[in-house]
Design a protein around this ligand. Structure first.
Ligand code: FES
Length: 97
Protein backbone atom coordinates (compact mmCIF):
# COMPACT_ATOMS: atom_id res chain seq x y z
CA UNK A 1 0.00 0.00 0.00
CA UNK A 2 1.30 3.41 -0.90
CA UNK A 3 1.12 5.85 1.98
CA UNK A 4 0.49 9.47 1.19
CA UNK A 5 0.88 12.43 3.50
CA UNK A 6 -2.23 13.47 5.44
CA UNK A 7 -3.87 16.22 3.42
CA UNK A 8 -7.00 16.62 5.52
CA UNK A 9 -5.76 20.02 6.67
CA UNK A 10 -6.11 21.26 3.09
CA UNK A 11 -9.87 20.71 3.02
CA UNK A 12 -11.66 24.03 2.98
CA UNK A 13 -15.03 23.92 4.68
CA UNK A 14 -17.80 26.47 4.48
CA UNK A 15 -18.60 28.50 7.55
CA UNK A 16 -20.51 26.86 10.36
CA UNK A 17 -24.13 27.95 10.62
CA UNK A 18 -26.84 26.94 13.04
CA UNK A 19 -30.28 25.52 12.55
CA UNK A 20 -32.69 23.60 14.74
CA UNK A 21 -33.86 20.00 14.74
CA UNK A 22 -36.99 19.41 16.79
CA UNK A 23 -36.19 22.67 18.54
CA UNK A 24 -32.62 21.74 19.52
CA UNK A 25 -29.74 23.76 18.08
CA UNK A 26 -27.53 21.98 15.52
CA UNK A 27 -24.44 23.29 13.76
CA UNK A 28 -23.51 22.43 10.20
CA UNK A 29 -21.40 23.73 7.38
CA UNK A 30 -23.40 25.96 5.05
CA UNK A 31 -24.18 24.03 1.88
CA UNK A 32 -23.51 20.54 3.17
CA UNK A 33 -26.17 17.86 3.19
CA UNK A 34 -28.66 18.23 6.01
CA UNK A 35 -28.38 14.48 6.59
CA UNK A 36 -24.64 14.75 7.16
CA UNK A 37 -25.03 17.60 9.64
CA UNK A 38 -27.75 15.71 11.53
CA UNK A 39 -25.75 12.47 11.62
CA UNK A 40 -22.66 14.30 12.86
CA UNK A 41 -24.77 15.81 15.63
CA UNK A 42 -26.00 12.35 16.61
CA UNK A 43 -29.52 12.60 15.19
CA UNK A 44 -29.98 9.19 13.57
CA UNK A 45 -33.74 8.86 14.11
CA UNK A 46 -35.43 11.15 11.61
CA UNK A 47 -38.88 9.65 11.25
CA UNK A 48 -41.08 6.75 12.27
CA UNK A 49 -42.27 4.13 9.82
CA UNK A 50 -45.99 4.68 9.18
CA UNK A 51 -46.91 1.00 9.50
CA UNK A 52 -45.25 -0.02 12.74
CA UNK A 53 -43.67 3.25 14.01
CA UNK A 54 -40.18 1.71 13.86
CA UNK A 55 -37.45 4.36 13.98
CA UNK A 56 -36.05 5.21 10.58
CA UNK A 57 -33.08 7.24 9.38
CA UNK A 58 -30.94 7.94 6.36
CA UNK A 59 -30.10 4.89 4.26
CA UNK A 60 -29.10 5.63 0.67
CA UNK A 61 -28.01 9.26 1.11
CA UNK A 62 -28.75 9.95 -2.55
CA UNK A 63 -32.47 10.63 -2.75
CA UNK A 64 -33.78 7.17 -3.57
CA UNK A 65 -35.11 5.56 -0.40
CA UNK A 66 -37.09 8.38 1.29
CA UNK A 67 -35.95 7.12 4.68
CA UNK A 68 -34.48 10.50 5.63
CA UNK A 69 -37.51 12.70 5.17
CA UNK A 70 -38.01 15.60 7.56
CA UNK A 71 -40.25 18.65 7.59
CA UNK A 72 -39.03 22.17 6.81
CA UNK A 73 -41.45 25.08 6.60
CA UNK A 74 -44.38 22.69 6.39
CA UNK A 75 -42.92 20.73 3.50
CA UNK A 76 -41.68 17.15 3.70
CA UNK A 77 -38.23 17.01 2.11
CA UNK A 78 -35.43 14.47 1.77
CA UNK A 79 -32.77 15.64 4.19
CA UNK A 80 -30.03 14.04 2.10
CA UNK A 81 -30.95 16.29 -0.81
CA UNK A 82 -31.42 19.44 1.25
CA UNK A 83 -28.54 21.78 1.98
CA UNK A 84 -27.80 23.24 5.37
CA UNK A 85 -28.60 26.93 5.67
CA UNK A 86 -28.62 29.24 8.62
CA UNK A 87 -31.90 29.41 10.51
CA UNK A 88 -33.58 26.31 9.10
CA UNK A 89 -36.24 24.95 11.45
CA UNK A 90 -36.20 21.21 10.80
CA UNK A 91 -38.63 18.84 12.46
CA UNK A 92 -38.63 15.08 12.46
CA UNK A 93 -41.52 12.94 11.35
CA UNK A 94 -41.63 10.91 14.54
CA UNK A 95 -44.82 9.83 16.25
CA UNK A 96 -47.02 10.35 13.23
CA UNK A 97 -49.26 7.39 13.97
S1 FES B 1 -31.31 8.74 2.64
FE1 FES B 1 -32.36 7.81 1.00
S2 FES B 1 -33.55 9.46 0.17
FE2 FES B 1 -32.36 10.37 1.71
Amino acid sequence: MRLTPDQSGLIRRAAMVSFTFDGAPVAGHAGESLTVALLRAGHLHLRDAPEDTAPRGAFCCMGLCQECVVRINGQVVESCRTLVASGLAVTSLKDRA
